[in-house]
Design a protein around this ligand. Sequence first.
Ligand code: AMP
Ligand code: MG
Length: 397
Amino acid sequence: MSDLLSIAQARERVLAAVRPLDAEPVAVAAGLDRVLATDLRAAGDVPPFANSAMDGFAVRAGAAGRRLRIVAESRAGHPTSVPVDDGEAIRISTGAAVPAGTEAVIRVEDTGEEDGKVELLAAVRPGQNVRAAGDDLRAGAVVLRAGTPLGPVELAVAVAAGAGELTCARRPRVVVLGTGDELREPGDPLGPGQIHNSNAVGLAALAQRAGAEVLSVGRVADTPAATEAALHEALEVADVLVVSGGVSVGPHDHVKPALDAVGVSERFWGVALKPGKPTWFGSRRDGTLVFGLPGNPVSALVTFGLFALPALRALQDADPALDSFPAKLAEPVAQEAHREQAVRVRLERERGELRVTPTGPQGSHILSSLLGAGGLALIPAGAGELAAGEEVQVLGL
Ligand code: AMP
Ligand code: MG
């Protein structure tokens, strides 16, 4: 681990190993958190027809004071084909088609109704209260670009644009394994020297959020045979294998040799990063990516965010760039001589300025220090400290 890579170099190596996954059709209602694989165009105008923005009366434009005979009604979903003359009006509700022969809608509040007639208490401009066809989206226009992650708004827009099915990148299949004889399942009683396997659940949740299909979440004992068997089994099904722990140089760290034995080639081991120095990354001939993340809980989650998350995005052909923004340090932070630090910070806005404060002790075992952290402030390596007020780059969490 003599030549540590910078965070940026390590991420470049990860991205260089990514082979984007194929696309597949997905029902639009099942599209949340998927990534669009082809441009989506509007099938027709949205709205598809000129319709009323108000409950009121569809009329021709003209002066106030007119009394018009109500000859028909246009309701949402029930247009009318009754022709309209000067001197006539059609009752209309919001979203209903504006009938041929009318030019505008006068809202009900500006009218009086008596004996089948409506009195217009205000003048009416052409087009008033009418939402034109194609106001929102034009037929044929590109509405969403390939590579767009689909959130609730994108899905609603896609449906409005006429889509019933979307072409999305296949979800990366992920297996998460925690290594360590000390690990117990969530909620199980702990014996001497044991801890709960918190990494596996946290890492699986991060993967899921990134659009992955998590196939299994497990733990492996610290023996070469068990490690090799578990990795072998995972590699049968996974596009991405995330292993935590066992990648350091202790006598019970078996992950690296086991990965070698099952045909995964090392692409890097060691990043000039705190927390997360022993991060390992490799890939197999078939394109499977393997992340050997440090076991310490903060290191595992942070390195997943820095390296595995961009890979999951890139596998789906989405922009892998992490959300990053400048902010000022609210208090001084000591630098590390040879490693960039990813410091868990709270975000606060003070007089329009974004300020960041470390969440507390930054030990890589203090998992609770990630609670309430809005980002990771990147502190460059150096001999001194960054003073309060200095600007740093922050990665959003
Ligand atoms: P290792 O990288 O295996 O040397 O583990 C480093 C530290 O992380 C040790 O304190 C482990 O007990 C802890 N650790 C390893 N795996 C996990 C896990 N899955 N969940 C929580 N803590 C872990
Ligand atoms: Mg271990």
